[in-house]
Structure formats: C-alpha cells, structure tokens
Design a protein around this ligand. Sequence first.
Ligand SMILES: *Cc1c(COP(=O)(O)O)cnc(C)c1O
Length: 366
Amino acid sequence: MIKFLDLQKINLAYQQEIETKLLEVFRSGWYLMGNELNNFEENLSKYIGAKHAIGVANGLDALRLILRAYIELGIMKQGDEIIVPSNTYIASILAISDNNLVPILVEPEINTYNINISKIEEKITPKTKAILIVHLQGRVVFSNQLKEIAKKHNLKIIEDNAQAIGAEWDGIKSGNLGDAAGFSFYPGKNLGALGDAGAVTTNDDELAKAIRALANYGSNKKYVNIYKGLNSRLDEIQAAVLDVKLKYIDNENTIRREIAKKFISEITNPSIILPENPTNEKEHVWHVFVIRSEKRDELQAYLTENGIQTIIHYPIPPHHQEAYKEWNTLSFPISEKIHEEVLSLPISPVMTEDEISKIISVVNKF
Ligand SMILES: *Cc1c(COP(=O)(O)O)cnc(C)c1O
C-alpha cells in the first residue's frame, strides 16, 4: 500500500535531531514562551524575509488573529467584506466569518486552481477591506495586477500560506508578498509539527504587536490586558521540532518538484488532466499533486484496488457546506467542477522511485 502521506517516514528522517531536542525541552522545565519559540520565530522571519514572525496555536488562528488585529487597530469593522477564493479550504473562510466579517467568494482559474485575479475587481464594494489570497496546493497566486487592485481600492492583501511555505514569486517568498500571512504547521503540511501549530508573518510593526497581544489574552505585559484576547500560543515542543525541520524545507520542496515533474511528463492517460507546472517552477511547492478526471470516483477506486491511497481536496465546496446554509443556493460552476473532478495523488519527500513509477503506471493503465 502506498500511503497518501507517510508522516512517520517524513519525521523519522530527522529522528536523532528531533529526539535530542524533545528531550532537551522536556528536561528544561520550560514549556511555553521560551527560547525554542524565540529561535523558531527568528529563523522563520529570516527564511520568509519578513520583519516579524509570531508563533501561534494553528493556521486557522493565524488567520483569525490577523483579521482580529485589523479590527482592534480600527482598519476593519464588523460587516466589512473580505474577498476570498470560492474553492479554498474552509479554514480561510471560517477565519473571516469568525470575526463577523463577510466572506465574498470569487471563482478560481480552472488551470491553476487559484483565485482568478481578473474577477476580483467586480466584487469590490465600499465595504471591501482585504483580499485573502490562498496559495492553494502550494502554488503562489500573485501578480502586479493584484497589487494594483489592492492599492487602487486601499485593500490589505492577506496571504493564506498554509500550503505554500517555501514558494516564491519574483524572488519574494510567499508569506512576504502581502501585508500579513498565516501559516499552518499541521502535521501533514510541507513543514509539519507533531501536533497543531501555526504562525503569522508581517512587516507591519503595529499589526505584529497587536497579534502578539491578542494571542496572549490581549496582553503584552503580564496581568495587563489591552484587548479581549484569546490564548493561541505555539508551545516549546512544537517550536523546537519546527526549528529542526525548517532547515530542510528547501530540500524537501525540491524533491516534491522533481516528483511533480516526473508525474507531469510520464502520466499520459488522456482521460486525466494534469496540473500545470508554472513557468517559474519556484512558484510551486507541490503541497499536493492534484489531477482531474470526469471519472474521478472510478479512478480513485481503481487506485485503491491497486494499493495507492488518494485523497480528494476537497469533496464539498464551501458554498455547499451546511455551515454556510445562506450560500447553498448560490452557483460557482468552476468551483463545483473542481470539487467533482479533483483527486490528489501521493507526493512527499520520502517516496521511493518504485512508488513513483508504480503510481505513474497504474494511473496510465486506468
Ligand atoms: C491547513 C489549512 C488551514 C488551517 O490550518 P490549521 O493549522 O489546520 O488550523 C488554513 N488554510 C489552508 C488553505 C489550509 O490548507
């Protein structure tokens, strides 16, 4: 059985280094807001190129905290609108509605699965305050046109960088393209912790200060509370593990790119639509390798029978979720088509040549 993602193997690659760190943290007696977090934040901010990196409890919180901080700073208020792709993972949208802001869904481009930048401007109203871009599947979505739209309408650009750590656009890392970015280090992400973890990066001093306080009960000074905050911290154990793994992320992303290239050149089944490799291959870190087929469910069953585990990212579009009943009658045909046809093949830095070849030959035989 070829697993969709062999997390055990991924982490065992750094077994000695991680176990040494875990033991060190365990024996230190210091488990929150210590040296491990400081080191990881410093190394993450250097890696991304952003002035601030703030460790938080998970990726959803990273996005919630960015929006909440803009509200506390008076830049946004309840009822304001945030533009977001209609085919994103639900967390991008939950972060908006959790803050009593209004998600405005914009359809993606079918060939990149990312928000269609040319469809953004028609959705802008006087209430629009930000564009939440999502670098879905590990592919950067950014352009000078997007920057101009944001500038013209005075909108913040917030990046959901949960799936794309290490990707670059025009020499700039994702997470440093907009005004603020949310990261997830959920175990299955390209940089995965041993549990929940996340971060925010930004070059905005005021925003960083507000987020740090909000994530710590609304306090920058012990027992003095300036906001009605929450508790969303990255603990020392997760920070230590992430700091070890951050050193290897470029290498791992390079391996993902090589596997993706091989899939793209060697999968030749005409009933399958392959993902596009961007002209600048640094724009993609292949968090997932998503193919499309009109016979998606049959294809998935066939792969399962042949010992290949696959996942659908994602089976139900946000506007069809019960949680967003108010959208259930809306129509987003491109998103719907994507959700009906996509299938993610296994891709990871620890796959063997044999596994890669087997996936290619079974997909071609379908
Ligand atoms: C994983 C993910 C999140 C949420 O991150 P968690 O750490 O699971 O809270 C948000 N957005 C996208 C696009 C994701 O893939």
